[in-house]
Each structure stands twice: as structure tokens, then as C-alpha cells.
Design a protein around this ligand. Structure first.
Ligand code: GLA
Ligand code: GLA
Length: 672
């Protein structure tokens, strides 16, 4: 948590200044002749843009030679925007160290795991531990902050871009930094040798200097070392972030600071990061043609909202149309841009912003879509962009409000990292896939979900879903156990509670008591193999991927494996524990059965869906507003609980309303 208690105030001030939701995108005027700027600003006004991110990769444009600063162009841009009612999310350009720095100090370039060094020619080519990089970044940020601290355009600080750049630098400077980090964490070498289990394969270290980042090895690397290196990499980048943030804070204590996250991204522990910033910002790039793109998007929005305890987040980047990073980059079908933008707002975003304002004519991303496409303003995309801006103005009353959730899902990065290392019973068990499988039925049923860290305060939730919490600390295991003891309901899937934070086997399993089962063996099923599950309360279903070989020790058996080489044995159990229940799923259920199990448990826990709506319609309550989002290609009729008004159309509805294919309504009324 931030110690000065200001983040709430900083964000409230931003919201007041914008008078509602933020609308805009990355604006890169340095790519264009200055005569384009006036047209940019006129079009921004036409589209209702009120916030743009400026300067993300502009280091070489602001400091073309070491110590020579050229802020004049940025001065002119920053003067132009507020005159036109547009505020600025000013970026520190530290994700793109300039060519002169690399030429003079090639050691700034990061070294990959195979020992090769990156070259200059793209972006994010910096070693987070490099003192040269850090000093250069600090000097520039200091000047930027001093120059624009009082500027009327400045509304938000955007630090760097999409940390962490490379997935762990392996250069000697990083290695030395890693050793210092380990010495801080473990204090003495014996503790490190224990934590890393170096008695295995004779890996004992006799001195700190012998330790290195995990590199190429024959076979499998030491898993404890790998997970610690992942922790260290996150911390090294976080130091870069907090160093810049502290400079910005010193100059502008009232301006909020953020950096853009990449949704459910594996490499950084965003719980730790979110605590260091004023507002969470998200870059979200769903595939336009993914049949469950709206579900993945919803999960990402819920995660971002949850990172700061349910406070609104900022959708910092999204795309108006095709991307350029996939094999085939499809255009967004008509209506999808509108629908998905409203979905972000429904789930807690106080903004809709894009990469980028005007499509670039050159460079690596010239085929990436934009608010002003290459086709110009006589285009479908521009018309949709303009219409969206007008609608978002009508949603001003939504800004700042919260989405509440009775259901929580445990989301833990260190466990994710450890789960997906090699040398496990099955390398096909993947955390995100499991989380999505458990999220999907709740999304379909319009039951809101908040993501929580395993050690978080769970008292505000009725049901906690725990997909594959493979690694868990004693404190987190006690926390989940206490939740059930105190009357909560918990559903946990297989291969949970197996190791501690060092990836050492736990015996007994961390949740054996809570679950009332004793897992003796793991039996991953073969790729096409399925088993039959016999349920005490319903038709048979199929099990895939995994079979826990377990005994019920106090738990009620809800389903048994009926066939397979191990014969009849428990598959799904429920344990009454304290005042609550703990349900355990020792295999991968099919979608229908998982849905039934989750919804029955939710219902027993007193959880109710937001609204009763046709399949494919998403209903989300945010503050006093009910969002209805029709993700189907059919027109539907939705019953509403009483007289209400649609903020988007001003139309009053008494008991039902029609939604077009891809249609949206944002309702406000007494019973809502
Ligand atoms: C080989 C090695 C052992 C052990 C086993 C199982 O036989 O000699 O040390 O690693 O494989 O992987
Ligand atoms: C990320 C980056 C942007 C841009 C977009 C599109 O979100 O932050 O600079 O590259 O992706 O690829």
C-alpha cells in the first residue's frame, strides 16, 4: 500500500477534471509534420477525445545527444492540447533508450538466456539492472517532471511501457544484482542451499559468487532457482518503475502515476505492482475472431479491477481494428468495437483508449489499426470511433463506481510460474487455461467474479474458486482454511497445495485437512483418454487430463471414477469444515458438469446472478447501472426488473427491452 494515503485523491482529481470517462489513445505527433497537429486536434474534438498519451517512445526526440534536451516540440504539443479541452497522460520514454546510449554503452542491451545480446533496432532493449540505463532514465525523467509539473495539460503520468521488456536479463550486471537480491532474501548461504534444495544433484553453493541466473543446462534446471529468478526479474523492473515514480511524485505529488499492464500476463506479479501505483492501466488486445474473446476480455477486466481492491482501472490501449502481431489479423466486425468498449466500462474501466490515435505511415506497426485509420475520416472505423466517443460522454455518471462480486477466484503468480515448469506429472496443466475454464460458467451465468491473492481478506465473499493453486505458502493455506471455517464455500481443482513457495513438496498436502481427502498419487491421463464419472446426484459425465488417486477422509464423495486401471475411486468430494464447505475436483470435468457444480455451490452459498437474460447476453451491475451486452448475432428481448432509462438512448423501459445483435444498453432506474 502507498504510505501517504493519496492515491484515492489523485484519481478522484483526474476523474473530476475529465468530467466522466476518459476517451483517447496514444498520440505520437513526433511521427508527423507539425502541420498535421492542428488537424489531429480538430478531429480529437470531433470524436470527443479528452485524454491522450504522449511521448511513450520519445527519448531520442527529447534527448538527441547525451545531455542535450529538445523539449520545444513537446512544449508546443502540450500547449495545443489543453487549449482544445484535451488532457495529457504524459509518458516517460524510458522503454526506448536511444542509439547514442547503446553505442557508448552496449552493456545496456540485455543478454538472453542463451547468452546472446540483443541489438538496437526495436524497443525495450534495456537491462533493468544496468546503472547506465537507470541513471539516464532518472536524469531524463527528472527534467521532464520539472519542466511540465505545472503544465495545465498534465493529468496522469505513464511510466515506461509494458514492463518488463525482456524476460530476465542474464548479463554479468544482472547476475551480480541477482546475488544481492538473494543475499537479502535468504540472509545466509545455508538458507539459500536449503531453499533451493541444492543437496539434489550436488548443486551446493559454498560462496555467493558461485551463483548465477539459470542458463542453458543439460536437462531440467533447478526449479527453485528458476522461480526465484522470476521473482527477482519482477523486482528489478519494479525498482525501475518506483525510481521513476518517486521522481514524478517529488515534482507533482497530486498527479496520479501508472504504467500499462498486459492483462493476464504471466511474467509479473501484478499484485505487487498494483500496490505501487495510483491506478491500474491495462493494454487489451483481444483477437477479433476468437469465439470466446468476450469471455477472455471479461476475465482480464475483472483481474485489472481486482488488483486495487475493486477500484476502477484505465483501459489504456486497445485496438479499433486489426493488430499486426498475429498470423492473420482480422478486422473487427461492425459493432464489436462499440460492444467491447462498453464491456470494459461495465467491468470497471473509467476509460476507453487505443493504440493509437493516428495510424503510422512507417515503422514496425504501420498495419496496426488506429482511431484515425490510413483510410482517413471517410471510413467505417472513423465513424464508429466518433459514435463511440459521443456515447461515452453519456456514461459520465458511471465513472468512479464499483462492481461488487460475491465470488472470488484465487490468482497467484508465483504458483503459476512453478506450475508450468518442466518435470511435473503433466506439463499440459496450465494455469490460465484452468482459470478460464472455471471462469467461463460463472461468466455465462452472469455471476460477477473478483480475483484475489491467496492471502487476501476473503471475508467479503461467499464463494472462493481455487483453480490449480499448486504452490502455496503456510500463511495463504491458513487464510483459505480460515475462510471456510468462518462459513465460506470453496471449490478447488486438482494439483493444489502440492508444494511450498520454494517448490518443495508438502507432506501432508496443504489442504488435506480442509478438503477431508488424502491424495496418494497423481495419474495424468493420456491425451485422448477419458474416464467415466458416476455422480451421486445426476447423470454420468466424462473426466479428462488428470486423475487424483485419493481416499476420502471425512469428505462426502460426490462423484467416483468408474473405470480405468485403478477401478472405482473418489473423483469429486465435498467436506463440511467449520461453518463452510470445501469441494475438491480431482480431475478435469467437462464444461457442463463443471458449470453445474459451480452454479450449485454458488447457489448454496447464496450467490445470485445479476439478471436473468438470454444466453450470450452479458449482464453486469456497476454501481447504480445495469449494463446489458448482447454478444450474439441475434436480436433478443430482455426482461428488466422495473421502470428504467437507457443512458445511451434516453429511452424509458417498463418491463422489457429489445437488444440488437451486438447491442448494448446501460440502464438506470429505481429497482436497479
Ligand atoms: C537417470 C538418472 C537418474 C534419474 C533418472 C530419472 O537414470 O541416472 O539420476 O535422473 O534418470 O530421471
Ligand atoms: C503494446 C504497446 C504499444 C503498441 C501496441 C500494439 O500495447 O504498448 O506501443 O506496440 O502494443 O502492438
Amino acid at each position: 500500500m502507498l504510505s501517504d494515503g493519496r492515491p484515492g485523491l489523485r484519481i478522484d482529481a483526474l476523474r473530476e477534471r475529465l468530467g466522466g470517462l476518459a476517451y483517447g489513445g496514444d498520440y505520437n505527433p513526433e511521427q508527423w509534420p507539425e502541420k498535421t497537429w492542428a488537424e489531429d486536434v480538430a478531429l480529437m474534438r470531433e470524436a470527443g477525445v479528452n485524454l491522450v498519451t504522449v511521448g511513450v517512445f520519445s527519448w531520442s526526440a527529447l534527448e538527441p545527444e547525451p545531455g542535450r534536451y529538445t523539449f520545444d516540440w513537446l512544449d508546443r504539443v502540450l500547449d495545443l492540447l489543453p487549449e482544445n479541452g484535451i488532457a495529457v497522460d504524459l509518458a516517460t520514454p524510458t522503454a526506448a533508450p536511444p542509439a547514442w546510449m547503446i553505442a557508448a554503452h552496449p552493456e545496456v542491451l540485455p543478454v538472453l538466456e542463451d547468452g546472446s545480446r540483443l541489438t538496437f533496432g526495436a524497443r525495450q532493449h534495456y537491462c533493468a539492472s544496468s546503472p547506465v540505463y537507470r541513471a539516464g532514465a532518472a536524469a531524463l525523467v527528472e527534467r521532464l517532471a520539472a519542466r511540465y509539473a505545472e503544465h495545465p495539460a498534465l493529468a496522469l503520468w505513464h511510466v515506461n511501457n509494458e514492463y518488463p521488456g525482456v524476460d530476465g536479463c542474464h548479463c554479468p550486471v544482472s547476475a551480480a544484482h541477482f546475488r544481492r537480491w538473494l543475499a537479502d532474501r535468504y540472509g545466509d548461504l545455508d538458507a539459500l542451499n536449503d531453499a533451493w534444495g541444492t543437496a539434489f544433484w550436488g548443486q551446493r553453493y559454498g560462496s555467493w559468487d558461485e551463483i548465477n541466473p539459470p542458463g542453458p543446462v543439460l536437462g531440467d534446471p533447478n526449479p527453485s532457482q528458476v522461480v526465484d529468478f522470476r521473482r527477482f526479474n519482477g523486482d528489478a523492473s519494479l525498482e525501475c518503475f518506483t525510481a521513476e515514480r518517486d521522481i514524478l511524485r517529488r515534482h507533482t505529488p497530486d498527479v496520479p502515476v501508472t504504467t500499462n499492464f498486459m492483462a493476464s500476463y504471466k511474467l509479473l506479479d501484478y499484485w505487487k505492482w498494483a500496490a505501487e501505483e495510483d491506478v491500474v492501466a491495462l493494454d487489451a488486445y483481444p483477437d477479433a475472431r476468437d469465439p470466446i474473446g468476450q469471455v477472455r476480455a471479461a476475465l482480464n477486466f475483472d483481474l485489472m479491477r481486482s488488483l486495487r481492491g475493486g477500484r476502477p482501472f484505465v483501459l489504456m490501449e486497445s485496438s479499433t481494428g486489426p493488430m499486426n502481431s498475429r498470423r492473420r489479423n482480422s478486422a473487427r466486425p461492425p459493432g464489436q468495437l462499440r460492444l467491447r468498449s462498453h464491456q470494459a466500462v461495465a467491468r470497471g474501466s473509467d476509460s476507453v483508449m487505443f493504440f493509437q490515435w493516428r495510424a503510422s505511415r512507417f515503422g514496425a506497426e504501420k498495419f496496426f489499426s488506429a482511431m484515425v485509420p490510413h483510410a482517413g475520416t471517410d471510413s467505417r472505423v472513423w465513424r464508429e470511433v466518433r459514435a463511440l466517443g459521443a456515447e461515452l460522454r453519456d456514461l459520465a455518471p458511471v465513472a468512479g463506481s464499483r462492481v461488487d462480486a460475491d465470488v472470488a477466484m484465487v490468482w497467484d503468480w508465483p504458483s503459476w510460474w512453478a506450475l508450468e515448469l518442466r518435470g511435473r506429472p503433466s506439463t499440459d496443466v496450465a494455469f490460465h487455461d484452468q482459470a478460464l475454464a472455471h471462469y467461463l460458467p460463472l461468466w455465462r451465468a452472469n455471476i460477477p467474479v473478483a480475483m484475489v491473492a491467496p492471502g487476501a481478506d476473503l471475508s467479503g465473499h461467499r464463494l472462493v474458486v481455487v483453480p490449480n493453486l499448486y504452490a502455496v505458502t503456510d500463511a495463504a493455506a491458513a487464510n483459505l482454511t480460515r475462510f471456510v471455517e468462518d462459513g465460506g464455500h470453496l471449490v478447488m481443482s486438482y494439483f493444489s497445495g502440492v508444494v511450498d513457495e520454494h517448490d518443495h513438496i508438502r507432506r501432508p498436502n496443504a489442504f488435506q485437512d480442509l478438503l477431508g481427502v488424502r491424495v496418494e498419487e497423481f495419474n495424468p491421463l493420456q491425451v485422448e483418454e477419458t474416464l467415466t464419472l458416476r455422480w451421486s446426484d445426476g447423470p454420468a459425465s466424462t473426466a479428462a487430463e488428470w486423475q487424483d488417486l485419493m481416499r476420502a477422509e471425512g469428505a462426502e464423495v460426490l462423484a467416483v471414477f468408474e473405470d480405468g486401471p485403478f477401478g472405482r475411486c473418489p473423483a469429486v468430494t465435498r467436506n463440511a469444515y467449520g461453518r463452510g464447505t470445501a469441494t475438491y475436483i480431482g480431475t478435469r470435468l467437462d464444461d457442463a458438469r463443471l458449470r453445474a457444480l459451480l452454479l450449485d455451490t454458488a447457489s448454496a452459498a447464496g450467490v445470485r446472478p445479476v439478471a436473468d437474460v438470454p444466453d450470450g447476453v452479458e449482464a453486469v451491475r456497476r454501481g447504480e447501472h445495469l449494463f446489458l451486452l448482447n454478444h450474439t448475432d441475434e436480436a433478443v428481448i430482455v426482461a428488466v426488473p422495473g421502470p428504467c432509462v437507457d443512458l445511451l438512448t434516453g429511452t424509458r423501459h417498463e418491463d422489457a427491452l429489445g437488444l440488437d445483435p451486438q447491442g448494448v444498453a446501460v440502464l438506470r432506474g429505481q429497482p436497479l
